[in-house]
Design a protein around this ligand. Structure first.
Ligand SMILES: NC(=O)c1ccc[n+]([C@@H]2O[C@H](COP(=O)([O-])OP(=O)(O)OC[C@H]3O[C@@H](n4cnc5c(N)ncnc54)[C@H](OP(=O)(O)O)[C@@H]3O)[C@@H](O)[C@H]2O)c1
Length: 251
């Protein structure tokens, strides 16, 4: 068993670090481009080496993980020769299983690992829910098995809320600073507040109920969400989700 990564960028580095942090000792082969990242990982982690080419990664690995950007994916992938029966995991956004089969001749498994996999705190949608690939992403946090391609696409859309999450923190910090608050005070408070809210969101309580529990009738939280909606906040979020879904579906 060897994992081979084609593309040694942000997500590959996070997965490789997470795999070693999880105690998974499976040998790892990296593609040579992004030489600095590949060399850093190989030098700092046991069982990680840099292959001579993308094809050498495919030949040396039992499980190949495609971790390149969509813009170059077809050119890079079509140039590779895979073995029948080889496990192929694609992290490439907006590229469906039919397209991957056309490029490689293989039935791939798609996944959306996020940077938290480096600390084994990922939540990773996997489709189809192949047991060996679910086990891989469970070691990096939690795999989320998807029953349908539609479910997988919808989770990929919601994963794109990460920038907006930090954008809300940033907007609130800038607003507080404009009222005269020291930047570090605003930052410390907002980071702690949202970390505690994230912990509350774990579990099974419906989000609508949590919103009500955290909003006193006639209080400040209720007013905040009401005005946010009245000013188009929730409609804007809805429109953004729909626009990203169009892109995720490659339309
Ligand atoms: N980052 C995220 O949070 C995230 C989340 C979900 C999904 N994804 C998906 O995961 C994939 C990887 O994302 P990423 O953030 O890791 O991207 P990234 O940091 O840009 O990494 C992509 C890597 O591919 C390399 N590359 C380019 N052409 C290549 C070639 N011909 N052969 C081998 N490697 C080549 C790049 O090298 P150079 O730097 O030398 O060009 C770079 O190291 C993308 O499809 C992305 O949509 C990412």
């Amino acid at each position: 068993m060897t994992y081979g990564f084609v593309g040694t960028g942000t997500i590959t580095a996070a997965m490789v670090e997470g795999l070693r942090a999880s105690g998974d000792a499976t040998p790892i082969l990296l593609s040579p481009r992004s030489a600095a990242t590949a060399a850093r990982l190989a030098a700092s982690l046991p069982g990680v080496s840099v292959a001579a080419s993308n094809q050498a990664v495919v030949e040396g690995a039992s499980t190949v993980i495609l971790s390149i950007r969509p813009q170059v994916a077809e050119e890079v992938t079509r140039a590779l020769r895979f073995r029948p029966g080889q496990t192929l995991v694609s992290l490439v956004a907006a590229t469906d299983l039919g397209t991957l089969r056309d490029w490689t001749g293989l039935d791939a498994i798609r996944a959306v690992p996020l940077p938290f996999v480096a600390k084994c705190r990922g939540v990773t949608p996997v489709y189809p829910p192949e047991p060996q690939v679910l086990a891989l992403f469970d070691r990096l946090g939690q795999a989320i098995p998807c029953r349908t391609a539609q479910d997988f696409d919808l989770l990929a859309v919601t994963s794109a809320l990460m920038g907006s999450y930090f954008g809300i923190l940033e907007t609130a910090q800038i607003w507080a600073e404009a009222q005269g608050m020291a930047p570090q005070t605003a930052r410390d408070y907002l980071a702690g507040l949202f970390a505690s809210l994230g912990a509350e969101a774990q579990g099974t309580a419906p989000f609508a109920r949590l919103r009500e529990e955290f909003s006193t009738k006639g209080g400040l939280n209720e007013q905040m969400f009401r005005v946010f909606g009245e000013e188009g906040g929730t409609a804007a979020l809805d429109a953004a989700l729909t626009s990203v879904l169009t892109r995720v579906r490659g339309q």
